[in-house]
Design a protein around this ligand. Structure first.
Ligand SMILES: [Fe+2]
Ligand SMILES: [Fe+2]
Length: 261
């Protein structure tokens, strides 16, 4: 089966990209299941219930997240009742929401999704390696197809997780840096891997924000407000071909689609 994984959707431009490009990609790549990181959909930071529903309305089956998930308080009740919106599984167990889920595709295939986050140059959370393996154990009796979103800053931590879980899951896809990496591969035991799927949003920017404001911040070291950028809207992600019987990956392909403006 072909699965589309969409890198961090940023603000209204990102939502416009998924709204307009998903139907095209779905048809061309024969996509049966869509996972997207949605931690930045609300004005570049966080996600609200109406925006999560909007993304589900565009055909996204599971929304993953990361460090920006708690930015909008409105999401706290929603995330407790909707198992298609995930937060990292290695957050403290007392935090609301779920870190993994199993959702059925259009054609009736169960797809497991696990959301993890890194600890290098990020908040101190539980070990993504230990919790990742525990989550795989929980899901593996329900489905062979398991996709992990590893939301992390350091490529080393993402690459290491790839080696650690190779053969136990179908794919490990990195998110969070908003910059797509060119290291997509199938690991020796059949797990697809990429350090970062990239960003879906405005590329005339610094990872989604107005470049002038980011430059002022870097040059002056003074606090500044970061607003959403607008131009050069693109959708970045990967298309995975997963063998339904074994759960192993046949291929992983990077995509970068430009929105005609
Ligand atoms: Fe992000
Ligand atoms: Fe993030």
């Amino acid at each position: 089966m072909n699965i589309l994984f969409i890198g961090d959707i940023v603000g209204e431009p990102g939502r416009q990209a998924v709204r307009e490009l998903i139907p095209k990609i779905k048809k061309r790549e024969k996509i049966e299941f869509i996972i997207a990181n949605g931690e930045n959909v609300a004005g570049g930071s966080g996600v609200t219930p109406p925006l999560a529903d909007e993304l589900f309305g565009y055909g996204i089956d599971v929304i993953t997240s990361g460090d920006h998930i708690w930015k909008r308080k409105e999401i706290l009740d929603y995330i407790e009742s909707n198992k298609r919106l995930l937060r990292p599984a290695n957050y403290p167990p007392q935090a609301p929401g779920f870190g993994s889920t199993v959702v059925q595709s259009e054609s009736g295939i169960d797809v497991g999704v696990i959301n993890l986050t890194g600890r290098v140059f990020m908040q101190a959370v539980e070990c993504p390696f230990r919790i990742g393996k525990e989550e795989v154990e929980k899901l593996k009796n329900r489905t062979r197809i398991i996709i992990i979103d590893m939301h992390a800053e350091a490529t080393s931590e993402k690459v290491a997780l790839g080696w650690y879980l190779d053969g136990l899951v179908s794919a490990i896809i990195g998110t969070h840096t908003h910059v797509q990496t060119a290291d997509e591969k199938i690991l020796p035991n059949g797990t697809a891997f990429i350090s970062d799927a990239g960003m879906t949003g405005p590329f005339d920017s610094v990872i989604g924000r107005k470049k002038e404001q980011i430059l002022t911040r870097f040059i002056t070291q003074m606090p500044a407000r970061f607003e959403m950028a607008e131009g050069d809207i693109q959708l970045h992600g990967v298309v995975l071909d997963i063998d339904e019987k074994t759960g192993k990956a046949n291929s992983i392909k990077r995509i970068q689609e430009k929105l005609k403006q």
